[in-house]
Design a protein around this ligand. Sequence first.
Ligand code: CO
Length: 138
Amino acid sequence: MIGSMNHVGIAVPDIETAIAFYRDVLGAVDITEPRDLPPQGVTYAFVNLPSGQVELITPFGEDSPINKFLERNPKGGQHHVCFEVEDIHEASLLMAERGMRVLNEPRIGAHGTLVVFLHPGDAGGVLIELMESHKEAH
Ligand code: CO
């Protein structure tokens, strides 16, 4: 059911420092400006690579789910992996049928399409994001 791997989410304590690392040390040449996504409590930037993206995320606001992650991993770390699906509502139902805990109703993610997260406890310890693919019209 899953299609392309879209991105890997990396939680970081400071997004400008992380951007500088990907740009100046790893040599990435295409990195977006940081943007706030208040409904998800994150500020994010994309490192665009030929094969996909790294999504740098840092907390936005005190209720951010990333705060807890950074308490456990002060230097940051790999936070989630994102796979594309054709239809997020269908995928969400199917995952629930297969015994996965789906952590949220489909909501708009950083890419402007609907996303859900799956509980890492049901997924080999990995927080999985499912993201509806951009439709052809885009
Ligand atoms: Co993501």
